[in-house]
Design a protein around this ligand. Structure first.
Ligand code: G6P
Length: 463
């Protein structure tokens, strides 16, 4: 079996008390793959330095070797806060209104990708499979190629891919996709994102596409593009849900809800997650069903994210204001209807909360996949499972069709879904849960890494 060289912006080593899904699904998935194949995980240390030295810090944590570099402040500003998170992230989540286009940040993005290629290139051995992740590093494969790396190189995009009509608003969009076509294999979360990408390649670049095999031929080079829906390590999840820590967390939550049904949301504090819209939906539920006001309590866990990017500061303020308004109007001496928690929790604690909460609200405006939805399902008690309310705009909605699917932009739709979930009979809850659990079990993270890496290894050399 070939070694794996995983490259992503953030390197998240396994921790005994690691934070879970709300921090992004990448970490758990990649640690599982690396443990199996051996190899290294390369990326940014998360630290800033005075000047870029290229010094690599190698460490071993629980069977996984990590190699990280520090980046100067200007790189972090232009590459991470700038082009990756103020240009590509909003654009890929269909938010042209939030997308900034600055020439400088584009240059910073290119520069960091060159730096990553310089640093990781010498660590790559001839038989290694190289697997690059996410929108921060789209040009990296091409940069490695130009340094003479002939290995199989794959790329997986964890976010959505926008429709062509939105994507062409990005200056130099052709160049970005041309570099992408230097990968041997490109993976997307769903068929929908894959179709948008293929459409762009055909219509804008004039590439040839063989739909049966997913092969895209451009300037004499072949790339395969396919959908690989990411999953979770459900066995680990279920084991965590059975720990004493999870039971204690569940108990703590239940003993404070005064027999009301607990609803839970767990998300990075990101505008793509639809948090203010969710609060509007809960407000509408209180307005539309006044007789049910005392039936629910909502817990929103939302660790802050990308706090140096302005749109994240704005979304945080908006959310806090909305929660404040509803709580101001609806709080009683003995209960606050919306609890808003601004920090991360361990996976075991989250599993306890998921199990205690009879309704899980996962209502992003747009999401590549969304693993919280799958975690919520996996953590349920099979005898008395909770109901998942899921946005139809999350990649997960294409798989978890037995969730109560909603349009997160519609407060009435959300309110109605909460009402439906509250009254759903046990039989129906069980049936829906079993169907969803079948998907979560089948499309698990081990299967995801296996399929991607074996497809990557299996194709004949394209270069
Ligand atoms: C999403 C992205 C990941 C990213 C994660 C956390 O899941 O697809 O690439 O790591 O969010 O965001 P952050 O900016 O904190 O790494």
């Amino acid at each position: 079996m070939s070694r794996l060289v995983v490259i992503s912006n953030r390197v998240a080593v396994p921790k005994a008390r690691g934070v879970a899904g709300a921090q992004g699904g990448l970490a758990g998935a990649l640690n599982a793959a690396l443990k199996k194949h051996g190899g290294i995980w390369f990326g940014w240390s998360g630290q800033e330095c005075e000047e870029f030295t290229g010094d690599i810090n190698m460490q071993r944590h629980q069977g996984v070797t990590t190699a990280t570099v520090d980046l100067p402040h200007q790189d972090v500003e232009e590459y991470y806060n700038g082009y990756a998170n103020a240009t590509l992230w909003p654009l890929f989540h269909f938010r042209l209104d939030l997308t900034e286009y600055e020439r400088e940040t584009g240059r910073g993005y290119e520069r960091v990708n060159e730096r990553f290629a310089d640093s990781v290139g010498p660590l790559i051995e001839p038989d290694d499979l190289v697997w690059v992740h996410d929108y921060h590093l789209i040009p990296l494969g091409a940069r490695l190629r130009s340094r003479g790396i002939r290995n199989r190189i794959g790329f997986f995009l964890h976010t959505p891919w926008p429709p062509t009509r939105l994507f062409v608003s990005l200056p130099f969009h052709e160049r970005l996709v041309q570099t992408m076509l230097e990968y041997d294999l490109i993976g997307f979360q769903t068929e929908e994102w894959l179709e948008s990408f293929v459409h762009y390649c055909e219509k804008e670049l004039g590439a040839e596409v063989d739909e049966a095999t997913g092969t895209i031929t451009y300037e004499g080079r072949e790339t395969v593009a396919r959908a690989y829906p990411i999953g979770i390590d459900y066995e680990h999840l279920r084991a965590q849900a059975d720990t004493g820590e999870a039971r204690q967390a569940a108990q703590r939550l239940l003993s404070s809800t005064r027999r009301r049904t607990a609803m839970i949301g767990v998300d990075r504090l990101d505008y793509s997650k639809g948090l203010p819209e969710r609060i509007d939906g809960i407000g509408r539920f209180f307005d539309n069903y006044p007789e049910r006001v005392r039936d629910i309590v909502f817990i929103q866990i939302a660790p802050p994210s990308r706090e140096n990017v302005e749109s994240y500061q704005v979304i945080r303020a908006t959310l806090e204001q909305k929660i404040g308004q509803i709580n101001g109007a609806r709080t009683e001496v003995d209960i606050v209807p919306i609890r808003y928690v601004n920090r991360g929790h361990t996976l075991a604690e989250l599993c306890g909360f998921y199990r205690a909460a009879k309704i899980g609200l996962v209502t992003p405006l747009r999401d590549g996949m969304n693993l919280v939805a799958k975690e919520y399902v996996a953590a349920q008690d099979p005898e008395d499972p909770g109901v998942l309310i899921l946005s139809r705009f999350a990649g997960a909605a294409l798989q978890l069709t037995d969730a109560v699917l909603v349009n997160p932009h519609s407060p009435d739709d959300l309110a109605h879904a909460i009402h439906t979930a509250l009254d759903m009979p046990l039989e129906e809850r069980r049936q829906r849960w079993e169907n969803m659990m079948e998907t979560v079990t089948r499309d698990n993270v081990q299967q995801w890494t296996e399929t991607f890496t074996s497809d990557l290894a299996g194709r004949g050399a394209a270069h």
